[in-house]
Design a protein around this ligand. Structure first.
Ligand code: PEP
Length: 644
């Protein structure tokens, strides 16, 4: 249930972020204008240069898009879910302010593609914030779509796609998708006529006034049949003049073919004169509302071609039509018709060049992981393969801090270990079991893909009036995954009987904790040759009641009491002998396959110097380490025994 909820939340956020990042990146200038509107509402617009607002627009859209992709693929789950939560908290607060203060009419979260009211945006963010809290609480419940080693490809590919192919190309030419009322195919003439009849129309702000006599020539421009060129330059003072000769030759072409040509601008008389001086422009100039001009085309200047009042072409100054394209009258050339490229062909292009490679990469990655798993399994089931090679069980080195270190020292040790093992990946599972009070703090930063976290004990009661006890559920809620049960110190000093331990094991498993169950004989029992009897009774008393499925989740730690903290280690041969015996009684109870898969650790004065010899034994799968787990270097030395 929890997994389903987290994954619904993850998908909801992924789809929303990808969509909103994409539609913003499609139109970076539109997003920049929106940022400018916000700054203007706060009275800050004049202090922030355009270059900064444009960069922020691109960075914001790319961040949203890449965050969405990371959530979809479950890349760096813990970090990404934290970043998402911080972002959603900030966005929810911002949109609450926008909804209350109403500084802008539309928040712009989906660009021009989907316009929401400010309150709709706020409620949308409340839903996303709840999703972000859930994902941050259980990041590991989001299954990865792609292995860790290939995640960088997905991230870099997405970054290149959104920054260069979408945002960069859109800035250089024009947005590939145009959600505004002046898109290719828009019938300006009909829309304008509707407005004149008093009907609703998106062209209510659209007018064209001659700069010569102030006459409104909108009707003339829109209703004259045939082709009309409109050069759109909101501010001639800031317009790019590098292509002025191309613009002049397009004007000459329009004169030769008797196509009307107007330059629409919101510039002053001085701005127009300056432009004429620099470029030698001879075309007529008209005044139009600045915001409308910025809405018509995302380029300064940009060129529009109308046919019978319908927009049939749009060009940025960086990609104007060439001389060859204009060698024939428009009536006879391809340029004079609506382009064949439609929204559907553009979507297909994106599916082919962005979505398909990622789908193929994911399939290849999963197939590779699956074939690796099959190969391992085959090896395990092949009777011709040596028994030792078949073994699949996990190798583990687990630390037992006991009652050592205050919170600060414990955190420092866990941090040091975390950094050390991140830099030099272990060849085995690593777990640290700490006092209860350390757990929640350490769980915050520990990379639990590398180091598991566990408690040293838990209560034998579910909850209630048991002053001073800590339940399995409480342990689990800290972020821990393991718990040590049945340690000889608990059996001896706190009189934990097999019955009590049986309850603890059941409660731990009920709360999804992996149990490291300790067994081992005292010195007298060893001297009396009773070690096998003792370990068998301990297993029978507390864990042999479990179903096969539940027993498979148990890790056994054999710890001869006479070797714990005494400096006396069982010899590798002594340890192997009893480990083999423990495995044989597990085989008797649950069958050979379960016995072969059960991890059995050795504990008792294990250190870097004797670990390699102990771990080399076929039935010893690692160690439970007390004293030597209190210093990162000592503990690392034991972990490294698996590399030898
Ligand atoms: C232990 O207490 O589990 C243990 C093995 O301790 P040490 O390594 O200090 O002997």
């Amino acid at each position: 249930m929890k997994r389903i909820a987290v994954n619904i939340a993850r998908l909801l956020m992924a789809v929303t972020f990808i969509l909103s990042g994409f539609v913003k990146a499609v139109d970076p200038l539109g997003t920049q204008y929106k940022i400018h509107d916000y700054l203007a509402a706060m009275g800050l617009a004049r202090y922030v240069p355009d270059a900064l607002t444009l960069t922020s627009s691109v960075v914001l859209s790319a961040t949203e898009f890449i965050l969405g992709i990371c959530l979809l693929f479950a890349i760096r789950r813990r970090l990404i879910s934290k970043i998402t939560l911080v972002l959603m908290t900030a966005m929810t607060l911002l949109t609450l302010w926008v909804a209350i203060a109403d500084p802008v009419s539309d928040c712009g979260c989906f660009g021009d593609a989907l316009v929401l009211t400010n309150w709709q945006t706020f409620w949308k963010n409340i839903v996303l914030l709840a999703a972000a809290i859930l994902a941050q609480r259980y990041p590991l419940a989001m299954p990865r779509l792609i292995g860790e080693s290939n995640q960088w490809i997905v991230m870099n590919y997405s970054a290149v796609f959104i920054l260069l192919i979408i945002a960069g190309r859109s800035l250089y030419t024009l947005p590939p998708f145009d959600f505004r009322p002046y898109h290719i195919g828009a019938d300006l003439k009909s829309g304008w006529l509707k407005m004149m009849e008093g009907q609703d129309s998106p062209y209510s702000e659209f007018f064209i006034e001659s700069t010569d006599d102030g006459e409104d020539i909108t009707e003339q421009v829109l209703t004259t049949g045939g082709y009309t060129f409109l050069l759109v330059a909101p501010h001639l003072e800031q317009a790019d003049d590098s292509e002025f000769d191309v613009l002049n030759s397009i004007y000459e072409y329009s004169l030769d073919n008797k196509y009307p040509f107007y330059c629409l601008t919101a510039s002053t008389r001085n701005g127009i004169t300056r432009w004429q001086d620099i470029t030698g422009a001879e075309y007529p100039f008209c005044n139009t509302d600045e915001t409308t001009l910025k809405t018509i085309i995302r380029a300064n200047p940009g060129l529009l071609l109308l046919k019978d009042g319908v927009v049939i072409r749009k060009w940025s100054h960086n990609a104007l039509p060439t001389e060859t394209e204009l060698s024939k009258p428009l009536e006879e050339s391809e340029l004079g018709q609506l382009p064949t490229e439609t929204v559907v062909t553009k979507i297909l292009w994106i599916l082919t060049w962005f979505v398909l490679p990622l789908v193929l990469l994911t399939i290849a990655d999963r197939l590779w992981a699956w074939s690796k798993w099959i190969r391992k399994n085959k090896k395990n089931n092949n009777p011709l393969i040596n028994k030792e090679d078949k073994i699949m069980r996990k190798k583990i080195v687990a630390g037992n801090w006991k009652m050592n270190m205050n919170l600060q020292d414990g955190i420092a040790l866990a941090k040091e270990l975390n950094e050390t093992l991140k830099a030099d990946k272990p060849n085995c599972g690593v777990v640290i079991c700490t006092p209860f009070i350390h757990l929640a703090s350490i769980a915050q930063f520990l990379d639990q893909d590398i180091i598991g976290l566990g408690a040293e004990n838990c209560a034998d009661k579910e909850k209630g009036a048991f002053t001073g006890e800590v339940s399995a559920e409480m342990v689990k809620s800290t972020g821990a995954q393991y718990v040590i049960l049945g340690h000889s110190e608990r059996r001896e000093y706190y009189k934990e009987t097999p019955e009590i331990l049986k309850e603890k094991v059941l409660l731990a498993q009920k709360n999804d904790l992996k149990v490291i169950f300790c067994i081992g004989e005292s010195l007298e029992e060893r001297e009396a040759g009773k070690q096998n009897e003792v370990v068998k009774a301990e297993l029978e008393g507390s864990v042999f009641n479990l179903s096969e499925e539940d027993f498979r989740k148990i890790v056994i730690a054999y710890e001869p009491i006479w070797a714990i903290g005494t400096g006396k280690t069982a010899t590798a041969e002594q340890a192997e002998e009893i480990h083999a015996y423990i495995r044989s009684i597990i085989a008797e109870k649950y069958g050979q396959a379960v016995a072969d898969d059960t991890t059995i650790l050795y504990g008792g004065s294990c250190k870097a110097s004797n670990a390699p010899e102990l771990f080399a034994k076929p039935d010893i799968d690692g160690g439970l380490i007390g004293g030597a787990s209190l210093k990162a270097a000592d503990f690392k030395g034991i972990i490294d025994a698996w590399k030898k």
